[in-house]
Write a protein that binds this ligand. Sequence first.
Ligand code: SF4
Length: 209
Amino acid sequence: MFPYLPMNEDDDALIEPETTDHQVTITLLKQYTYCPRVVYYETCTPGIRPRTYKMQAGEDAHKRERERASRRSLVAYDLPGGERRFDVRIISPALDLSGLIDEVVLTADEAIVIDYKLAAWTGDNHLVQLGAYGLLAEEAFNLPIRRGFIYLLKPRRFELVPIDEPLRNSVMETLRNVQYIRLREYMPPPVEQRSKCVSCEFRRFCNDI
Ligand code: SF4
């Protein structure tokens, strides 16, 4: 959709306690998939995002589920064993990308990324987010990533997501487009699926819908 923008390729991924302002956050990739214009508001007009009750409720539910998850056995992931790490923040200078992963399971021959969602079903935005987590974890832990899981909090159901070539390509294309918006301060057209605008926090700033 947008012109290709080259990325740095000189550094390895780091696991660090904090991110910087220089990396694209994975949240932006998810937001781009929902509506590209949200990325413009988030990156080019900082501080205008209203904080809603829904956002706070989502964070609280997420925290509660995380605590439950730490007590859940690895059988849920069809694994006999592995090391579980929670709240893993990874920065990749090579990808110019950073993210905070809910859970990473490390086994002898693979790493698995897990994301918890306050949702009833899995959307494209969730898949791109999980795929991006997979790319970060693969680089940081030097283990292959073949799959991840999304845990849907409302139906209490795990969904297996293959981290395959099409998903990886989709993540990279989304990343390039986010960088384009951020660096060029480009405001994309409104989302085609206008039903998304009904519950959007930026609704009052979009005067052309
Ligand atoms: S109101 Fe609609 S077009 Fe505007 S940012 Fe939100 S989803 Fe996108």
